[in-house]
Design a protein around this ligand. Structure first.
Ligand code: ADP
Length: 471
C-alpha cells in the first residue's frame, strides 16, 4: 500500500466505522465492569460491616455480663483460639473522655485512635472511617453506648476488601486492553469485508472515467443491499450505454439524411451557375433549392420537437379537448387522400370523451398515425379510428388493413429516422412515430403497436384518466 493510501485510511468510512463500533463496545464493557465493581464493593462492605456488627453485639453482651474484665477475658480467649479476624476493640469512658481499654493496641499503632473519641458524639451504630497516618489503609469503626455510660467501639481495616477490589481492577484492565485491540481489529476486518462492494463500484467508476466504458461492478449472489446496489448500478450503466449507442445511431442517420438534400441543393445551384441559362431556368433552380431547404427545415424542426418533447422542454398548451371532435378533424384532413386511394376511413368515438391536452399536438399525433395508416395500406383497404375509456385510461387507436410489420421492426419503428425497407418508395422522413411517442409521453401517456404482416397494424395511444384530467 502506498504512503498516500495509508494516509487516507483514517478518513475512510471503514476505519471510522471500526473506531466507532469499538468505542461503543469498550464503553459498554466499561459500564458493565463499573456496575460489577460497584456491586462487588458494596456487597463486600455489607458483609464486613455485618461481621463487625456481630462482634460488637457479642462483646456488648459479654460486657454487660462481666464488665471490662469479662470483656478482656473474652478477647484473650478469642486471641488464643485464633477464631476471629483481628478486630479493633476499644472502650471509651464518657466520664473522663478517654479510652478505658484498647485490645492489642500495637496492631493499631498506625492509626490515630484518639480521633475516635469524637465518635462518642456520633449516634449509636454510625460508621466512622479513620484513615491511617501513613498509607491508604482505612479503619472502619462502629460504636455502641452501654448502659453504664461507656462506649464500646469495634472496627476493622478495609485492607482485605481493598485487596479484592484491587485484584478486580487489575483483572478488568487486563481484559479491557486486549478487548479494545480485538474489537478494533475485528471492526476493521468487518468494515473492510462489508464495504467490498462499494470499493468495487469505486473501481468501476474509475475504470469508466479512464475510458473503459464496458467496465461493470462484479456482483455476488448474496442478494443483500450492496449487491443490489451493484446490480442497479450495472443496470444504469447498461441503460446509459444503450442511450449513447442510440444517440450515436440517430446522429449517424441525421448526418446521412441531411447529406442527400444538401447534395441535391448544391447540385442544382452548381448546374444553374455553370450553364448560361435564361432567367426562367435560374428561377426554377432557385425554386428547387427553396423546396429542398423547406424539406430540410421540416426535418430539423421535427427533430427539435422530438428532443424538446423527450426532455420535457416542449411547451404544451393544455386545454379540455373533446376527443370525437379531434378525431373527426384529423380524419377530415386525410379524407381526400384516402378517397384517392379508395381507402375507407371510419371513426367511433363517444361524444362525451374529454382530455386535458395540447389540441394541436394531439392532432399532429393523430395525423401522423392516420398518414401512416393510409400510406402503408393498399388501395381498397380500411382504416378505423376509435376513442374509448378502458380500465382507468383513455385509448385512441388507429387500425389499418395495411402491409403490417415484422416482429423485428416493431421495437425499431419508434427510433428517429427509422424507415422500413418496404416504405422506401413512400414519401416520409422516418420521424412521424418518434414524434408520436415523444408527444404522447410528454402528456403522460403511452404508445403501442400490434401488427401482423399482410393483416394490418393497430397503433394505440393511451392516457391515464387521473394525470390528464379527463371529464
Ligand atoms: P415514415 O412513415 O416517414 O417512414 P414513421 O416514423 O412514421 O416514418 O414510421 C416509421 C416506419 O414504421 C415506417 O417507415 C414504416 O416502415 C413503419 N410503419 C409506420 N406506420 C405503419 C403502418 N401503419 N403500417 C406498416 N408500417 C408502418
Amino acid at each position: 500500500m502506498s504512503f498516500e493510501r495509508l494516509r487516507r485510511v483514517p478518513r475512510t468510512v471503514g476505519f471510522r466505522l471500526a473506531v466507532w463500533s469499538s468505542a461503543f463496545f469498550v464503553a459498554s464493557t466499561l459500564v458493565s465492569f463499573g456496575l460489577a465493581y460497584v456491586l462487588v464493593s458494596s456487597s463486600l462492605q455489607q458483609s464486613e460491616r455485618a461481621s463487625i456488627q456481630m462482634e460488637l453485639d457479642e462483646l456488648a453482651a459479654r460486657y454487660r455480663s462481666g464488665g471490662l474484665p469479662g470483656l478482656a477475658q473474652e478477647l484473650a480467649l478469642q486471641e488464643r483460639l485464633g477464631t476471629t479476624e483481628p478486630f479493633l476493640v476499644r472502650v471509651v469512658d464518657l466520664g473522663n473522655r478517654a479510652a478505658a481499654f484498647v485490645a492489642a493496641p500495637h496492631r493499631w499503632a498506625g492509626f490515630d485512635l484518639d480521633r475516635l473519641d469524637s465518635a462518642q458524639r456520633a449516634p449509636d451504630q454510625e460508621w466512622v472511617l479513620l484513615p491511617a497516618r501513613h498509607g491508604d489503609k482505612v479503619l472502619e469503626v462502629t460504636s455502641f453506648r452501654l448502659p453504664d455510660g461507656v462506649i464500646l467501639q469495634v472496627g476493622k481495616t478495609t485492607g482485605g476488601r481493598d485487596e479484592v477490589l484491587e485484584r478486580f481492577r487489575a483483572t478488568a484492565a487486563g481484559v479491557l486492553i486486549p478487548l479494545l485491540v480485538l474489537s478494533l481489529g475485528g471492526g476493521l476486518l468487518l468494515a473492510f469485508w462489508a464495504l467490498r462492494p462499494i470499493r468495487h463500484i469505486i473501481q468501476t467508476v474509475r475504470a469508466i472515467e479512464a475510458g473503459a466504458m464496458h467496465a461493470r461492478v462484479p456482483t455476488r449472489p448474496t442478494g443483500d443491499e450492496l449487491d443490489e446496489l451493484g446490480r442497479l448500478f450495472n443496470g444504469m450503466l447498461d441503460r446509459i450505454a444503450t442511450l449513447i449507442a442510440g444517440m450515436r445511431d440517430a446522429l449517424d442517420r441525421v448526418a446521412h439524411d441531411l447529406r442527400t438534400p444538401v447534395t441535391r441543393i448544391r447540385g442544382v445551384a452548381e448546374v444553374a451557375l455553370r450553364a448560361d441559362q435564361g432567367p426562367d431556368a435560374s428561377r426554377q433552380a432557385l425554386a428547387d433549392c427553396v423546396e429542398e431547404s423547406d424539406q430540410l427545415l421540416t426535418l430539423l424542426n421535427t427533430l427539435m420537437d422530438i428532443s424538446e418533447a423527450e426532455t420535457g422542454a416542449l411547451r404544451l398548451r393544455l386545454k379540455r379537448v373533446n376527443l370525437s371532435d379531434l378525431v373527426e378533424d384529423a380524419v377530415e384532413l386525410y379524407r381526400h387522400v384516402a378517397e384517392e386511394k379508395r381507402i375507407v376511413v371510419s371513426t367511433a368515438a363517444g361524444p362525451d370523451l374529454w382530455l386535458t391536452a395540447d389540441r394541436s399536438r394531439l392532432r399532429q399525433v393523430l395525423a401522423n398515425l392516420l398518414d401512416n395508416a393510409i400510406k402503408y395500406t393498399a388501395p381498397g383497404g380500411r382504416v378505423e379510428v376509435t376513442a374509448q375509456k378502458q380500465a382507468g385510461t383513455v385509448l385512441i387507436s388507429v387500425r389499418d388493413t395495411g402491409i403490417g410489420l415484422t416482429p423485428d421492426e416493431v421495437p425499431r419503428i419508434w427510433d428517429r429516422l427509422y424507415r422500413g425497407d418496404q416504405s422506401r418508395s413512400e414519401r416520409g422522413l422516418g420521424l412521424g412515430l418518434s414524434l408520436v411517442r415523444a408527444v404522447v409521453q410528454a402528456h403522460g401517456g403511452q404508445s403501442n403497436v400490434s401488427s401482423a404482416i399482410g393483416v394490418g397494424s393497430t397503433f394505440t395511444i393511451s392516457f391515464p384518466l387521473s394525470s390528464v384530467g379527463i371529464g
